[in-house]
Write a protein that binds this ligand. Structure first.
Ligand code: HEM
Length: 414
């Protein structure tokens, strides 16, 4: 495992230092992003030996160009460098997010059959019940929006859809947190994180075996029954390892990101009371607010790719065989695309919002994430129309790729 000092990642003045593992990054990456866009749109980090792309046009172009910017070695720096779960000797797992076309297309078509907008839409009453149920349990006058609420419902929702038994759903989140959390300055997954990944994998494996014997009306059972066209022209069903990989990915993707988006909401609205007033006056502004939260503070701040060929951008050659960070968090504040990008404005024209990624890997769960976030904001409007954020209690996560709060304590006012 690689560790580094954390007193790095300078935001303003001096040499430009972008360090996605530093405190500066987790606390406020935006001034550094601006410098990257202006001074080094293709940035090279000597410390970590990666390249970073920060302008909207370049990030979207790289997302589309999978022949150069490949996902097949992983989408976070550690996996690209050290292999999945620090196992360079093992072939990368067949996870949809870690595949390039044409393999990716086959998997995506298959999963899209299960994850249809119709299927997601039909879930709305269940999703609303789950989100409301967790909010019913908090102290209505004083609670922690993330720890008491937004970190609980997304995992419950995706696990319900997958068919994970109720008693195990919150455990999935605990495993996930352990595998994503980094000590300050730590890039790689910790030993505890690896154990958590293995425990989760074993849990899912047992469940797949059970569902093969006893299928239910859930996504995991449907995945077991679906067939996929293979590269050699044959058609087979997914094997246990493929299903385990896919459901762990869905569990992970579904659990961490909505938590962060909803956690950012009270802070953004407390900072911008005029925007909250617009929501109070008119609930139809909520979908726009979800898009703006996604643009303003994307929970997935960046994704990584691995270059298969040399490429040139802004006069800089990015050689083959290097990790490249595509920084959504910077692209979505690019003044070349957004007017007054540092202003939080729920009514703005979004253009190509890349908070859910872009191109072949664009978020499969976007419709679900939008629905969950919309319902959460509707409930905030109803149950906490006036509130204060206790800023001394704000605490951020220190995770790879995702950014946001672990704690957002609020007091609901009369
Ligand atoms: C606010 C919430 C969310 C955000 C910000 C988000 C963001 C993203 C991003 C940026 C990507 C692209 C990754 C890449 O290009 O390497 C992605 C892919 C993906 N997301 Fe999400 N996501 C969210 C919620 C969800 C949910 C709720 C689910 C599932 C239940 C989900 C499932 C996936 C999957 C399976 C992929 C991979 C798709 C592929 O490789 O074809 N996401 N997401």
């Amino acid at each position: 495992m690689t560790t580094i000092d954390i007193d790095r990642g300078s935001a303003s003045g001096g040499a430009l230092d972008f360090d996605p593992f530093s405190d500066v990054f987790f606390n406020d990456p935006y001034p550094t992003y601006k410098r990257l866009r202006d001074e080094a749109p293709v940035y090279y980090s000597e410390r970590y030996d990666f390249y970073a792309i920060s302008r909207h046009a370049d990030v979207t172009a790289a997302y589309k160009n999978f022949e150069v910017f490949s996902s097949s070695r992983g989408v976070d720096l550690n996996t690209i460098r050290n292999g999945f779960l620090n196992r360079p000797d093992m072939p990368p797992p067949q996870l949809i997010i870690m595949m390039d076309p044409p393999d990716h297309n086959r998997m995506r078509v298959l999963v899209s059959r299960v994850f249809t907008p119709r299927a997601i839409g039909a879930m709305e009453p269940t999703v609303r019940d789950i989100i409301t149920g967790f909010l019913d349990k908090v102290d209505a006058k004083k609670f922690d929006v993330v720890a008491d609420w937004s970190e609980k419902f997304p995992v419950e929702i995706i696990c319900t859809m997958l068919g994970v038994p109720e008693e195990s759903r919150q455990q999935i989140k605990k495993w996930l947190d352990r595998s994503l959390t980094r000590a300050p300055g730590e890039i790689g997954v910790s030993e505890d994180g690896m154990n958590a990944g293995i425990e989760a994998g074993m849990f899912y494996y047992d469940l797949v075996v059970k569902k093969r014997e006893n299928p239910g009306d859930d996504m995991m059972s449907r995945l077991i029954q679906t067939e996929i066209a293979r590269e050699d022209g044959t058609t087979t069903s997914l094997d246990d390892v493929e299903i385990v990989g896919f459901v762990s990915l869905l569990g992970g993707a579904g659990a961490e990101t909505v938590t962060k988006l909803v956690g950012n909401a009270p802070v953004c609205f407390a900072d911008n009371p005029d925007q909250w007033q617009k929501i109070l006056d008119d609930s139809s502004k909520i979908p726009g607010a979800v898009e703006e939260l996604l643009r303003y503070h994307p929970p997935a701040q960046y994704v990584c790719r691995y270059t298969l060929k040399d490429s040139e951008m802004h006069g800089v050659t990015i050689p083959a065989g290097k990790p490249v960070l595509l920084i959504n968090g910077s692209a979505s504040r690019d003044e070349r695309v957004y007017k007054d990008p540092d202003r939080f404005d729920i009514e703005r024209e979004q253009g190509q919002n890349i908070g859910f990624g872009y191109g072949v890997h664009s978020c499969l769960g976007a419709a679900l994430a939008r629905m969950e976030s919309r319902i959460a904001l509707e409930l905030m409007r109803e149950r906490m129309p006036k509130f204060e954020v206790d800023r001394s209690g704000l605490q951020r996560v220190n995770m790879t790729n995702v950014a946001g709060y672990a704690h957002v304590p609020v007091t609901v006012l009369d």
